[in-house]
Ligand binder design. Structure first.
Ligand code: ADP
Ligand code: MG
Length: 262
């Protein structure tokens, strides 16, 4: 059975994209077959994994608007076990397009489009990782409807918990109205600057709030993680021996363990 996990947080800059790329690459390295879906119109996951936007024939937008088969949009990366469903800026118009369709087509469920296309291919992969945009709009609700669980990245900074109530509320509403099976897979602490007391205090606060849902692995603030995507590489390919690679491999191992080693 494939497991669909979305990276969500309506705050931008918390590490959703960095984690989507590097968790996917690490899971693939550990032998899991992974599909990484870019669901952010910015397309940073797409370029960060090394796909040239000019080479994209079909993106997630064409899939979600019924203009191509999902299998026609999935791209094989140069990394073993790792596949990508890319995004381009045209995804920014999806909200309006889905709204329009739901007005004119009776029975068109605007929140269930991604699920409809993912369900048939779900079992071809061990993990499907979805990078969500920094909003709680229709794109994100499509991800929540299609997913088995969510990983919430939280940046280790003073306002870390700001917006978390709204996020948890959205997840609860999604569980109630869209997807009763949606779980919180885990909470990931990102960008920890361990030289500052503040960072460590925030870690304590978040652990107190989310308890055992928080992964033991904390992603440190490391410049290498910002360099790697500009070379179109996950950290494991950019600098396999780096501390950042070790951190994401450890996270992938924890994810696999929480899923009964599947
Ligand atoms: N652990 C980290 N250490 C240093 N910089 C990071 C780390 N994680 C992410 N970044 C950088 O912070 C910025 C925001 O990260 P990103 O993953 O794009 O967040 P989001 O997808 O939530 O908006 C990017 O420039 C990224 O390279
Ligand atoms: Mg992002």
């Amino acid at each position: 059975m494939g497991k669909i996990i979305s990276l969500v947080n309506q705050k931008g800059g918390v590490g959703k994209t960095t984690t989507s790329i590097n968790l996917s690459a690490s899971l693939a390295y550990l032998g899991k077959k992974v599909l990484l879906i870019d669901l952010d119109p910015q397309g940073n996951t797409t370029t960060g994994i090394g796909i040239n936007k000019g080479d994209i024939e079909n993106s997630i937008h064409e899939v979600l608007t019924g203009n191509c088969e999902i299998t026609q949009a999935i791209v094989r990366t140069k990394y073993k076990n790792l596949y990508v469903l890319p995004a381009t800026i045209n995804l920014a118009g999806l909200d309006m397009e889905l709204m329009e369709k739901s007005k004119t087509n009776q029975g068109f469920v605007k929140n269930a489009q991604l699920k409809q296309y993912l369900d048939p291919i779900k079992n071809l992969f061990n993990y499907i990782i979805i990078d969500c945009p920094p909003s709680l709009g229709l794109i994100t609700t499509n991800a929540l409807t299609a997913s088995d669980s969510v990983i919430i990245p939280v940046q280790c900074e003073f306002f870390a918990l700001e917006g978390i109530t709204q996020l948890l509320n959205t997840i609860m509403l999604a569980q109630k109205n869209l997807n009763p099976n949606l779980d919180i897979e885990g909470v990931l602490l990102t960008m920890l600057d361990s030289r500052t007391l503040l960072g460590l205090e925030v870690v304590e606060d978040i652990r107190r709030f989310f308890k055992e849902r928080v992964y033991n692995t904390i992603i440190p603030r490391l410049v290498k993680l910002t360099e790697a995507p500009s070379h179109g590489k996950p950290i494991i390919a950019y600098d396999p021996k780096h501390r950042a690679t070790e951190a994401y491999i450890n996270l992938a191992k924890e994810v696999i363990e929480r899923n009964g080693n599947i």
